[in-house]
Design a binder for this molecule. Structure first.
Ligand SMILES: Cc1cc2nc3c(=O)[nH]c(=O)nc-3n(C[C@H](O)[C@H](O)[C@H](O)COP(=O)(O)OP(=O)(O)OC[C@H]3O[C@@H](n4cnc5c(N)ncnc54)[C@H](O)[C@@H]3O)c2cc1C
Length: 435
Protein backbone atom coordinates (compact mmCIF):
# COMPACT_ATOMS: atom_id res chain seq x y z
CA UNK A 1 0.00 0.00 0.00
CA UNK A 2 1.16 3.52 -0.82
CA UNK A 3 3.11 5.35 1.88
CA UNK A 4 2.75 9.15 2.00
CA UNK A 5 5.31 11.59 3.41
CA UNK A 6 2.55 13.83 4.76
CA UNK A 7 -1.16 13.47 5.31
CA UNK A 8 -3.00 16.64 6.25
CA UNK A 9 -6.24 16.59 8.24
CA UNK A 10 -8.55 19.54 7.60
CA UNK A 11 -8.46 21.98 4.68
CA UNK A 12 -9.03 25.36 6.21
CA UNK A 13 -6.67 28.27 5.49
CA UNK A 14 -3.92 26.70 7.67
CA UNK A 15 -3.46 23.45 5.79
CA UNK A 16 -4.35 25.14 2.49
CA UNK A 17 -1.33 27.39 3.03
CA UNK A 18 0.90 24.35 3.59
CA UNK A 19 -0.54 22.64 0.49
CA UNK A 20 0.15 25.79 -1.57
CA UNK A 21 3.77 25.94 -0.38
CA UNK A 22 4.22 22.18 -0.95
CA UNK A 23 2.84 22.47 -4.50
CA UNK A 24 6.17 23.35 -6.21
CA UNK A 25 7.67 20.20 -4.61
CA UNK A 26 4.78 17.87 -5.45
CA UNK A 27 6.97 15.64 -7.68
CA UNK A 28 9.37 15.06 -4.76
CA UNK A 29 6.98 14.78 -1.79
CA UNK A 30 3.95 12.50 -1.55
CA UNK A 31 1.15 14.24 0.28
CA UNK A 32 -2.63 14.28 0.53
CA UNK A 33 -5.02 16.48 2.52
CA UNK A 34 -8.53 15.54 3.69
CA UNK A 35 -11.53 17.64 4.68
CA UNK A 36 -15.01 16.59 5.73
CA UNK A 37 -16.75 19.44 3.86
CA UNK A 38 -18.22 18.97 0.35
CA UNK A 39 -16.04 21.78 -1.00
CA UNK A 40 -13.89 24.58 0.41
CA UNK A 41 -15.93 26.90 2.65
CA UNK A 42 -14.68 29.52 5.10
CA UNK A 43 -16.89 29.85 8.19
CA UNK A 44 -20.15 29.84 6.17
CA UNK A 45 -22.24 30.63 9.27
CA UNK A 46 -20.55 34.05 9.53
CA UNK A 47 -20.26 34.95 5.84
CA UNK A 48 -22.09 38.30 6.01
CA UNK A 49 -22.00 40.02 2.61
CA UNK A 50 -20.18 43.10 3.96
CA UNK A 51 -17.87 41.48 6.52
CA UNK A 52 -14.22 42.28 5.86
CA UNK A 53 -10.99 40.48 6.69
CA UNK A 54 -9.09 41.77 9.71
CA UNK A 55 -5.59 41.47 8.26
CA UNK A 56 -3.56 42.84 5.40
CA UNK A 57 -4.16 41.05 2.07
CA UNK A 58 -0.41 40.42 2.02
CA UNK A 59 -1.07 37.88 4.79
CA UNK A 60 -2.57 35.48 2.28
CA UNK A 61 -1.67 31.78 2.04
CA UNK A 62 1.86 32.29 0.72
CA UNK A 63 3.08 35.86 0.17
CA UNK A 64 4.78 36.46 3.52
CA UNK A 65 7.09 33.52 2.77
CA UNK A 66 7.12 33.38 -1.04
CA UNK A 67 5.74 36.50 -2.76
CA UNK A 68 6.53 34.85 -6.13
CA UNK A 69 4.13 31.93 -5.52
CA UNK A 70 1.30 31.52 -8.02
CA UNK A 71 -1.06 31.08 -5.03
CA UNK A 72 -0.82 34.72 -3.95
CA UNK A 73 -3.93 36.89 -3.59
CA UNK A 74 -2.46 39.20 -6.21
CA UNK A 75 -2.23 36.35 -8.72
CA UNK A 76 -5.82 35.38 -7.88
CA UNK A 77 -6.90 38.96 -8.74
CA UNK A 78 -4.95 38.78 -12.01
CA UNK A 79 -6.20 35.33 -13.04
CA UNK A 80 -9.80 36.22 -12.33
CA UNK A 81 -9.57 39.40 -14.39
CA UNK A 82 -10.03 41.95 -11.63
CA UNK A 83 -6.56 43.29 -10.88
CA UNK A 84 -7.07 46.67 -12.60
CA UNK A 85 -10.47 47.17 -10.99
CA UNK A 86 -9.10 46.16 -7.58
CA UNK A 87 -6.28 48.70 -7.96
CA UNK A 88 -8.76 51.36 -9.09
CA UNK A 89 -10.56 51.05 -5.76
CA UNK A 90 -7.45 52.79 -4.46
CA UNK A 91 -6.90 50.89 -1.22
CA UNK A 92 -5.98 47.44 -0.03
CA UNK A 93 -8.00 47.57 3.20
CA UNK A 94 -11.48 46.32 3.74
CA UNK A 95 -11.26 43.29 1.45
CA UNK A 96 -14.48 41.36 1.93
CA UNK A 97 -14.40 38.01 3.71
CA UNK A 98 -16.42 36.70 0.75
CA UNK A 99 -13.63 37.68 -1.67
CA UNK A 100 -10.97 36.03 0.49
CA UNK A 101 -13.10 32.88 0.51
CA UNK A 102 -13.26 33.04 -3.30
CA UNK A 103 -9.45 33.32 -3.30
CA UNK A 104 -9.06 30.33 -0.93
CA UNK A 105 -11.45 28.28 -3.07
CA UNK A 106 -9.65 29.27 -6.28
CA UNK A 107 -6.40 27.95 -4.73
CA UNK A 108 -8.10 24.78 -3.47
CA UNK A 109 -9.62 24.09 -6.91
CA UNK A 110 -6.15 24.25 -8.51
CA UNK A 111 -4.61 21.52 -6.35
CA UNK A 112 -5.23 17.85 -7.01
CA UNK A 113 -3.77 16.71 -3.69
CA UNK A 114 -6.84 17.84 -1.75
CA UNK A 115 -9.72 15.48 -1.05
CA UNK A 116 -13.07 16.88 0.14
CA UNK A 117 -16.03 14.83 1.41
CA UNK A 118 -13.42 12.89 3.39
CA UNK A 119 -13.90 12.61 7.13
CA UNK A 120 -10.89 11.48 9.16
CA UNK A 121 -12.38 9.09 11.69
CA UNK A 122 -9.35 7.69 13.46
CA UNK A 123 -5.55 7.80 13.53
CA UNK A 124 -3.51 4.78 14.65
CA UNK A 125 0.21 4.07 14.68
CA UNK A 126 1.33 0.71 13.26
CA UNK A 127 4.67 -0.50 11.87
CA UNK A 128 6.32 2.91 12.24
CA UNK A 129 3.63 4.68 10.22
CA UNK A 130 0.48 6.65 11.00
CA UNK A 131 -2.64 4.88 9.77
CA UNK A 132 -5.41 7.32 8.95
CA UNK A 133 -8.93 6.00 8.55
CA UNK A 134 -10.92 8.12 6.10
CA UNK A 135 -14.46 7.11 5.09
CA UNK A 136 -13.57 3.53 6.19
CA UNK A 137 -10.43 3.38 4.02
CA UNK A 138 -6.88 3.21 5.48
CA UNK A 139 -4.09 5.57 4.37
CA UNK A 140 -0.49 5.36 5.65
CA UNK A 141 1.87 8.24 6.19
CA UNK A 142 5.20 9.00 7.85
CA UNK A 143 4.00 12.42 9.11
CA UNK A 144 0.68 13.98 9.99
CA UNK A 145 -0.34 17.61 9.72
CA UNK A 146 -3.37 18.43 11.83
CA UNK A 147 -5.24 21.60 10.78
CA UNK A 148 -8.70 20.70 12.02
CA UNK A 149 -9.52 24.14 13.44
CA UNK A 150 -11.04 25.22 16.74
CA UNK A 151 -14.28 24.31 18.50
CA UNK A 152 -17.06 26.49 19.87
CA UNK A 153 -17.01 27.51 23.54
CA UNK A 154 -20.49 26.88 24.97
CA UNK A 155 -21.53 28.11 28.44
CA UNK A 156 -22.56 25.15 30.62
CA UNK A 157 -26.06 26.53 31.23
CA UNK A 158 -26.77 26.50 27.47
CA UNK A 159 -25.51 22.99 26.73
CA UNK A 160 -28.81 21.15 27.48
CA UNK A 161 -30.67 23.30 24.93
CA UNK A 162 -28.27 23.24 21.95
CA UNK A 163 -30.24 23.12 18.70
CA UNK A 164 -32.06 25.37 16.25
CA UNK A 165 -32.92 28.02 18.90
CA UNK A 166 -29.73 27.89 21.02
CA UNK A 167 -26.54 27.84 18.98
CA UNK A 168 -23.02 29.20 18.54
CA UNK A 169 -22.45 32.19 16.28
CA UNK A 170 -20.53 30.01 13.79
CA UNK A 171 -23.95 28.57 12.80
CA UNK A 172 -25.76 31.90 12.55
CA UNK A 173 -26.32 31.96 8.77
CA UNK A 174 -26.73 28.21 8.43
CA UNK A 175 -29.76 27.90 10.73
CA UNK A 176 -33.15 28.58 9.21
CA UNK A 177 -34.48 30.94 11.89
CA UNK A 178 -36.71 33.86 11.07
CA UNK A 179 -35.73 36.53 13.60
CA UNK A 180 -38.71 38.82 13.04
CA UNK A 181 -41.04 39.19 16.05
CA UNK A 182 -38.62 37.11 18.12
CA UNK A 183 -36.93 37.91 21.41
CA UNK A 184 -33.24 37.37 20.77
CA UNK A 185 -30.29 37.21 23.14
CA UNK A 186 -26.71 37.51 21.93
CA UNK A 187 -24.05 36.47 24.45
CA UNK A 188 -20.53 37.80 23.90
CA UNK A 189 -19.08 41.02 22.58
CA UNK A 190 -16.19 40.17 20.29
CA UNK A 191 -16.23 40.85 16.55
CA UNK A 192 -18.62 37.94 15.90
CA UNK A 193 -21.21 39.08 18.46
CA UNK A 194 -20.97 42.62 17.10
CA UNK A 195 -21.45 41.47 13.49
CA UNK A 196 -24.58 39.55 14.47
CA UNK A 197 -26.03 42.55 16.32
CA UNK A 198 -25.26 44.77 13.32
CA UNK A 199 -27.02 42.30 11.03
CA UNK A 200 -30.07 42.13 13.31
CA UNK A 201 -30.46 45.92 13.64
CA UNK A 202 -29.49 46.80 10.06
CA UNK A 203 -31.40 44.30 7.98
CA UNK A 204 -34.66 45.87 6.78
CA UNK A 205 -36.23 42.43 6.35
CA UNK A 206 -35.65 41.52 9.99
CA UNK A 207 -37.51 43.14 12.84
CA UNK A 208 -36.99 41.32 16.14
CA UNK A 209 -39.38 42.04 19.00
CA UNK A 210 -36.42 42.76 21.24
CA UNK A 211 -32.68 42.14 21.44
CA UNK A 212 -30.62 41.61 24.58
CA UNK A 213 -26.85 41.78 24.21
CA UNK A 214 -24.79 40.70 27.19
CA UNK A 215 -21.08 40.47 27.76
CA UNK A 216 -18.59 39.85 30.54
CA UNK A 217 -16.43 42.73 29.23
CA UNK A 218 -16.90 46.08 30.98
CA UNK A 219 -17.64 47.83 27.69
CA UNK A 220 -17.70 47.15 23.96
CA UNK A 221 -13.97 47.30 23.38
CA UNK A 222 -12.25 48.17 20.12
CA UNK A 223 -9.67 45.93 18.55
CA UNK A 224 -6.15 47.21 19.18
CA UNK A 225 -4.75 47.29 15.68
CA UNK A 226 -2.05 49.94 15.62
CA UNK A 227 1.18 49.01 13.82
CA UNK A 228 2.66 48.39 17.29
CA UNK A 229 -0.06 45.88 18.14
CA UNK A 230 0.67 44.28 14.79
CA UNK A 231 4.24 43.67 15.95
CA UNK A 232 2.76 40.82 18.03
CA UNK A 233 1.73 39.22 14.73
CA UNK A 234 5.28 39.11 13.42
CA UNK A 235 7.31 35.85 13.42
CA UNK A 236 9.95 37.65 15.53
CA UNK A 237 7.49 37.99 18.35
CA UNK A 238 6.30 34.39 18.02
CA UNK A 239 9.91 33.17 18.37
CA UNK A 240 10.45 35.45 21.38
CA UNK A 241 7.18 34.36 23.01
CA UNK A 242 8.02 30.67 22.52
CA UNK A 243 11.01 30.99 24.83
CA UNK A 244 9.20 32.77 27.70
CA UNK A 245 8.18 31.09 30.94
CA UNK A 246 4.70 29.61 31.11
CA UNK A 247 3.29 32.06 33.74
CA UNK A 248 4.52 35.06 31.80
CA UNK A 249 2.97 33.65 28.62
CA UNK A 250 -0.42 33.34 30.32
CA UNK A 251 -0.27 36.92 31.61
CA UNK A 252 0.74 38.28 28.22
CA UNK A 253 -2.04 36.39 26.44
CA UNK A 254 -4.54 38.12 28.74
CA UNK A 255 -2.95 41.54 28.32
CA UNK A 256 -2.83 41.21 24.54
CA UNK A 257 -6.30 39.74 24.13
CA UNK A 258 -7.83 42.81 22.48
CA UNK A 259 -5.34 42.79 19.63
CA UNK A 260 -7.57 40.04 18.23
CA UNK A 261 -10.70 39.76 20.41
CA UNK A 262 -11.85 43.38 20.24
CA UNK A 263 -14.37 44.79 17.75
CA UNK A 264 -13.19 46.65 14.65
CA UNK A 265 -13.69 50.40 14.91
CA UNK A 266 -15.82 50.48 11.78
CA UNK A 267 -18.22 47.83 13.17
CA UNK A 268 -18.49 49.75 16.47
CA UNK A 269 -19.23 52.99 14.63
CA UNK A 270 -21.87 51.36 12.42
CA UNK A 271 -23.61 49.79 15.43
CA UNK A 272 -23.66 53.08 17.36
CA UNK A 273 -25.01 55.00 14.37
CA UNK A 274 -27.73 52.40 13.78
CA UNK A 275 -28.71 52.32 17.47
CA UNK A 276 -29.05 56.11 17.35
CA UNK A 277 -31.13 56.00 14.16
CA UNK A 278 -33.37 53.24 15.49
CA UNK A 279 -34.01 55.14 18.72
CA UNK A 280 -34.63 58.62 17.33
CA UNK A 281 -35.55 58.21 13.68
CA UNK A 282 -37.06 54.78 13.09
CA UNK A 283 -38.83 54.25 16.41
CA UNK A 284 -37.46 50.73 16.66
CA UNK A 285 -36.98 49.08 20.10
CA UNK A 286 -33.65 49.63 21.86
CA UNK A 287 -31.05 46.90 22.11
CA UNK A 288 -30.73 46.12 25.83
CA UNK A 289 -27.01 46.12 26.48
CA UNK A 290 -25.78 44.38 29.64
CA UNK A 291 -22.04 44.74 30.20
CA UNK A 292 -19.90 43.22 32.96
CA UNK A 293 -22.39 40.34 33.29
CA UNK A 294 -22.36 36.59 32.99
CA UNK A 295 -25.12 34.30 31.77
CA UNK A 296 -25.60 32.15 34.89
CA UNK A 297 -28.86 30.31 34.22
CA UNK A 298 -31.17 29.18 31.43
CA UNK A 299 -34.48 27.35 31.81
CA UNK A 300 -37.06 26.38 29.22
CA UNK A 301 -40.83 26.17 29.74
CA UNK A 302 -43.24 23.73 28.08
CA UNK A 303 -43.95 26.18 25.24
CA UNK A 304 -40.24 26.35 24.30
CA UNK A 305 -39.57 29.84 25.67
CA UNK A 306 -36.26 30.38 27.46
CA UNK A 307 -35.83 32.24 30.76
CA UNK A 308 -32.37 33.65 31.29
CA UNK A 309 -30.57 34.83 34.40
CA UNK A 310 -27.70 37.32 34.09
CA UNK A 311 -25.46 38.04 37.07
CA UNK A 312 -23.23 41.04 37.46
CA UNK A 313 -19.62 39.87 37.27
CA UNK A 314 -18.32 41.62 40.37
CA UNK A 315 -21.56 41.25 42.36
CA UNK A 316 -23.25 37.87 41.79
CA UNK A 317 -26.19 38.93 44.02
CA UNK A 318 -27.12 41.55 41.45
CA UNK A 319 -29.17 39.71 38.85
CA UNK A 320 -31.62 40.32 36.04
CA UNK A 321 -34.05 37.83 34.48
CA UNK A 322 -35.71 38.00 31.09
CA UNK A 323 -37.37 35.82 28.50
CA UNK A 324 -35.91 34.93 25.10
CA UNK A 325 -36.95 32.82 22.10
CA UNK A 326 -33.47 32.45 20.61
CA UNK A 327 -30.02 32.45 22.26
CA UNK A 328 -26.93 33.05 20.12
CA UNK A 329 -23.60 32.35 21.80
CA UNK A 330 -20.82 34.51 20.38
CA UNK A 331 -18.64 33.11 23.12
CA UNK A 332 -15.47 32.38 21.18
CA UNK A 333 -13.57 29.35 19.96
CA UNK A 334 -10.98 27.18 21.71
CA UNK A 335 -8.58 24.40 20.87
CA UNK A 336 -9.80 20.90 21.75
CA UNK A 337 -7.75 17.79 21.11
CA UNK A 338 -9.57 16.12 18.18
CA UNK A 339 -11.30 12.81 18.88
CA UNK A 340 -9.60 11.14 15.88
CA UNK A 341 -6.32 11.24 17.85
CA UNK A 342 -7.80 9.22 20.77
CA UNK A 343 -6.21 5.88 19.70
CA UNK A 344 -2.68 7.37 19.89
CA UNK A 345 -3.19 9.96 22.62
CA UNK A 346 -1.03 8.04 25.10
CA UNK A 347 1.96 8.55 22.80
CA UNK A 348 1.54 12.36 22.79
CA UNK A 349 2.59 14.75 25.58
CA UNK A 350 -0.13 16.96 27.02
CA UNK A 351 -0.37 19.41 29.92
CA UNK A 352 -3.67 20.90 31.14
CA UNK A 353 -5.47 19.30 28.18
CA UNK A 354 -3.21 20.96 25.61
CA UNK A 355 -0.41 19.52 23.52
CA UNK A 356 3.20 20.25 24.35
CA UNK A 357 4.70 21.70 21.19
CA UNK A 358 8.26 21.75 19.86
CA UNK A 359 9.81 24.76 18.17
CA UNK A 360 8.96 23.34 14.71
CA UNK A 361 5.23 22.93 15.61
CA UNK A 362 5.53 19.15 16.06
CA UNK A 363 3.72 17.67 19.05
CA UNK A 364 6.07 16.34 21.73
CA UNK A 365 5.82 12.59 22.10
CA UNK A 366 6.57 10.42 25.11
CA UNK A 367 7.61 7.52 22.87
CA UNK A 368 10.00 7.80 19.99
CA UNK A 369 8.10 7.66 16.68
CA UNK A 370 9.42 7.39 13.14
CA UNK A 371 7.61 10.54 11.97
CA UNK A 372 5.91 13.51 13.60
CA UNK A 373 2.50 15.09 14.04
CA UNK A 374 2.61 18.81 13.25
CA UNK A 375 -0.09 21.11 14.52
CA UNK A 376 -1.68 24.19 12.95
CA UNK A 377 -3.77 26.60 15.03
CA UNK A 378 -3.32 24.78 18.36
CA UNK A 379 -0.30 26.56 19.85
CA UNK A 380 -1.64 29.87 21.16
CA UNK A 381 -0.46 28.89 24.67
CA UNK A 382 3.14 28.53 23.47
CA UNK A 383 3.27 30.81 20.39
CA UNK A 384 1.13 33.81 21.38
CA UNK A 385 -1.99 35.65 20.21
CA UNK A 386 -1.17 35.35 16.51
CA UNK A 387 -1.54 31.56 16.43
CA UNK A 388 -5.27 31.37 15.45
CA UNK A 389 -4.91 34.33 13.08
CA UNK A 390 -4.04 34.38 9.35
CA UNK A 391 -0.88 36.45 9.97
CA UNK A 392 1.60 33.64 10.52
CA UNK A 393 0.02 30.98 8.29
CA UNK A 394 2.65 31.03 5.55
CA UNK A 395 5.57 31.31 7.96
CA UNK A 396 4.27 28.46 10.14
CA UNK A 397 3.68 26.30 7.05
CA UNK A 398 7.22 27.00 5.84
CA UNK A 399 8.70 26.05 9.22
CA UNK A 400 6.73 22.79 9.17
CA UNK A 401 7.73 21.96 5.57
CA UNK A 402 11.42 22.62 6.32
CA UNK A 403 11.22 20.38 9.40
CA UNK A 404 9.51 17.53 7.54
CA UNK A 405 11.89 17.71 4.58
CA UNK A 406 14.92 18.27 6.85
CA UNK A 407 15.93 20.93 4.35
CA UNK A 408 15.76 24.69 4.11
CA UNK A 409 13.22 24.73 1.26
CA UNK A 410 11.87 28.08 2.46
CA UNK A 411 13.66 30.96 4.11
CA UNK A 412 12.01 31.37 7.51
CA UNK A 413 14.59 33.78 8.85
CA UNK A 414 12.44 36.54 10.19
CA UNK A 415 12.09 40.09 8.90
CA UNK A 416 13.06 43.03 11.03
CA UNK A 417 10.68 44.37 13.64
CA UNK A 418 10.59 47.73 15.34
CA UNK A 419 10.68 46.41 18.91
CA UNK A 420 13.75 44.64 20.29
CA UNK A 421 11.88 41.82 21.99
CA UNK A 422 14.91 40.02 23.29
CA UNK A 423 16.40 42.86 25.35
CA UNK A 424 16.24 41.85 29.03
CA UNK A 425 13.36 40.12 30.70
CA UNK A 426 9.86 41.49 31.04
CA UNK A 427 8.50 41.59 34.56
CA UNK A 428 4.76 41.87 34.71
CA UNK A 429 4.28 39.65 37.76
CA UNK A 430 2.55 42.48 39.64
CA UNK A 431 0.70 43.86 36.70
CA UNK A 432 -2.99 43.70 37.41
CA UNK A 433 -4.76 41.76 34.69
CA UNK A 434 -8.32 42.97 34.56
CA UNK A 435 -9.65 41.51 31.33
C1 LIG B 1 -15.91 34.25 11.28
C2 LIG B 1 -14.42 34.27 11.39
C3 LIG B 1 -13.71 35.23 10.69
C4 LIG B 1 -12.31 35.26 10.78
N1 LIG B 1 -11.67 36.26 10.12
C5 LIG B 1 -10.34 36.36 10.26
C6 LIG B 1 -9.62 37.43 9.62
O1 LIG B 1 -10.20 38.28 8.97
N2 LIG B 1 -8.28 37.50 9.81
C7 LIG B 1 -7.60 36.59 10.56
O2 LIG B 1 -6.39 36.70 10.68
N3 LIG B 1 -8.25 35.56 11.15
C8 LIG B 1 -9.59 35.43 11.04
N4 LIG B 1 -10.24 34.41 11.66
C9 LIG B 1 -9.44 33.44 12.44
C10 LIG B 1 -8.80 32.31 11.55
O3 LIG B 1 -8.05 32.88 10.54
C11 LIG B 1 -9.81 31.40 10.94
O4 LIG B 1 -10.57 30.77 11.95
C12 LIG B 1 -9.22 30.31 10.03
O5 LIG B 1 -10.30 29.73 9.34
C13 LIG B 1 -8.44 29.24 10.77
O6 LIG B 1 -8.02 28.29 9.83
P1 LIG B 1 -7.77 26.74 10.13
O7 LIG B 1 -7.39 26.11 8.84
O8 LIG B 1 -6.78 26.63 11.24
O9 LIG B 1 -9.14 26.18 10.69
P2 LIG B 1 -10.57 26.06 9.98
O10 LIG B 1 -10.79 27.18 9.04
O11 LIG B 1 -11.55 25.87 11.08
O12 LIG B 1 -10.49 24.72 9.12
C14 LIG B 1 -10.45 23.45 9.70
C15 LIG B 1 -11.03 22.45 8.71
O13 LIG B 1 -10.84 21.11 9.21
C16 LIG B 1 -11.99 20.35 8.90
N5 LIG B 1 -12.04 19.18 9.78
C17 LIG B 1 -12.15 19.18 11.14
N6 LIG B 1 -12.17 17.91 11.60
C18 LIG B 1 -12.04 17.08 10.51
C19 LIG B 1 -12.00 15.67 10.33
N7 LIG B 1 -12.10 14.83 11.37
N8 LIG B 1 -11.87 15.18 9.08
C20 LIG B 1 -11.78 16.02 8.02
N9 LIG B 1 -11.81 17.37 8.13
C21 LIG B 1 -11.94 17.90 9.36
C22 LIG B 1 -13.14 21.35 9.10
O14 LIG B 1 -14.33 20.97 8.44
C23 LIG B 1 -12.53 22.62 8.49
O15 LIG B 1 -12.82 22.71 7.11
C24 LIG B 1 -11.63 34.33 11.58
C25 LIG B 1 -12.34 33.37 12.29
C26 LIG B 1 -13.72 33.34 12.20
C27 LIG B 1 -14.50 32.32 13.00
Amino acid sequence: MKKYDIIGIGIGPSNLSTAALLYPYRKKIDYLFFDNKKEFKWHPGMMFPDATIQVSVLKDLVSMIDPTSSFSFLNFLKRTGRLYMFAAKGHFDGVKRKEFEQYFKWCADTMEELSFNSTVEEVNYENDLFEIIVNNKIYRSKNLLVGAGLTAKIPDCCKPYLGEKVFHNTQFLTTSNNYSDQKITVVGSGQSGAEIILHLINDKNVSPENINWCSSAYNLLPMEDSPFSNELYNPNYSEYFFNLQKELKNNLLNLQKYTSDGISESTLNQIYEQLYNNKFLHGKPDVNLYMNTRLTGVEQDSTGKFYLELSQKDNPYSKINFQSDIIIMATGLKYNIPKFLDPIINKLSTTDGRFEINEDYSIKTNKSLNGNIYLHNGSRHVRGVADPNLSLLAWRSAKIINAIMEDNLYDTLVDKSVINWNLGKLNIQNHEVTV
